[in-house]
Design a protein around this ligand. Structure first.
Ligand code: UVW
Length: 339
């Protein structure tokens, strides 16, 4: 098939050797061989490991609110933030301003005493602090829980696994794992592969108790190296050299019943391949496709980390739902940690 060759745009095509059932599921195609959550919360599940957070976990999270301190974990959404080059800069403009009306608009005559400002915003949903939804990544034509890639179209968006299924997700207990501090290397060295042993070392170093349903925030310190003035080549080097999860770190998530992972890098995962024979983006595939484990990217963790180092408390309540955009495959957000 044309898709086997890089950017070949070949005209030839062969029919796939699988079929798709009435529920939009692939039959006779990809099924994960290793750890996965397909069917664990039902054949039509859309929320994956967020099912691990229920009322009990939220009540427990609320009990962690002690000082009342609040931390925004979001980048400013502007042209200076780290952003992959295929994703254009955000555009913010105004349709109406009070100044226009002061000078004179059709509306000033109707009510000379009343003015207002209206603005608009356009941005790639993967272009700032964000959640990757399950429809963001496809492996062998298949998404989480066996849904076929054809359920997502440019015209109709994601008819399954859209980010709107998470509009009440990501409200729970979170733990910050400050790997950069724990490893004494802040930021972590380029292309550091984070594995289960490193995560366990950090838990031990911090004295953090990880509980089922926790959202894990992984600090590498790497965001501090971003420069808005990077040339395209420098950007490539910056993103390509991100430290991040290797596939073994997903075993740690399984063992600890982690409900989501977010980090201060572009992809959560290390982008220099650990194994040249393995599938591409193995952590994206293992998390989003196989496990239904949401990934949060470009989260700003430095101020929170400094506070955690100060008071020794690395667990807190997190309120971080995505925007409720039907059919979107990801969403920017302003995650709020409350201590
Ligand atoms: C891809 O890996 C395709 O994108 P992101 O890192 O933004 O999830």
């Amino acid at each position: 098939m044309g898709r086997d060759d890089y950017a070949s745009y070949a005209k030839h095509w062969s029919a796939p050797d699988y079929t798709v059932d009435d529920n939009g599921k692939v039959v006779g195609g990809y099924v994960p061989e290793g750890s996965n959550n397909w069917g664990r919360w039902g054949d039509d599940d859309q929320r994956g490991t967020q099912n691990l957070i229920g009322p009990d976990q939220r009540i427990r999270a609320a009990s962690l609110v002690q000082s009342g301190k609040v931390f925004s974990l979001a980048l400013p959404i502007d042209a200076d933030g780290p952003r992959f080059h295929t994703r254009p800069a955000p555009l913010h403009w105004f349709m109406m301003s009070g100044s226009d009306q002061v000078v004179g608009s059709p509306y000033s005559a109707a009510d000379p005493d009343f003015q207002w400002n209206d603005d608009m915003f356009q941005m790639p949903l993967q272009g700032s602090t964000q959640w990757d939804g399950f429809a963001h990544v496809i492996y062998r034509d298949t998404m989480y829980n066996g849904y076929w890639a054809g359920n997502v179209t440019a015209f109709g968006g994601a008819s399954v696994l859209g980010i709107e299924n998470h509009r009440e997700s990501f409200v729970g207990r979170a733990v910050l794992l400050d790997l950069a501090r724990a490893e004494g290397c802040d930021p972590l060295a380029l292309a550091t592969v984070i594995d289960s042993a490193m995560l366990d070392r950090c838990v031990e170093h911090q004295g953090t108790a990880v509980e089922p349903g926790d959202i894990a925030l992984i600090r590498t310190g790497y965001m501090a190296l971003w420069e808005p003035s990077f040339t395209p080549d420098q950007q490539g080097g910056y993103f390509g050299g991100s430290p991040g999860f290797g596939v073994d770190a997903l075993n740690w998530c399984d063992a600890n019943d982690i409900s989501a992972v977010a980090s201060d890098t572009i992809a959560v995962e290390v982008l220099v391949p650990e194994d040249s024979e393995a599938r591409k983006h193995p952590v994206h595939c293992g998390a989003l496709v196989d496990r239904g484990l949401p990934l949060g990217e470009f989260w700003v963790l430095d101020d929170l980390a400094a506070d955690c180092a100060d008071d020794g408390r690395y667990e807190f309540m997190l309120v971080a739902p995505p925007l409720n955009i039907p059919g979107a495959v990801g969403s920017p957000l302003n995650p709020i940690a409350i201590k």
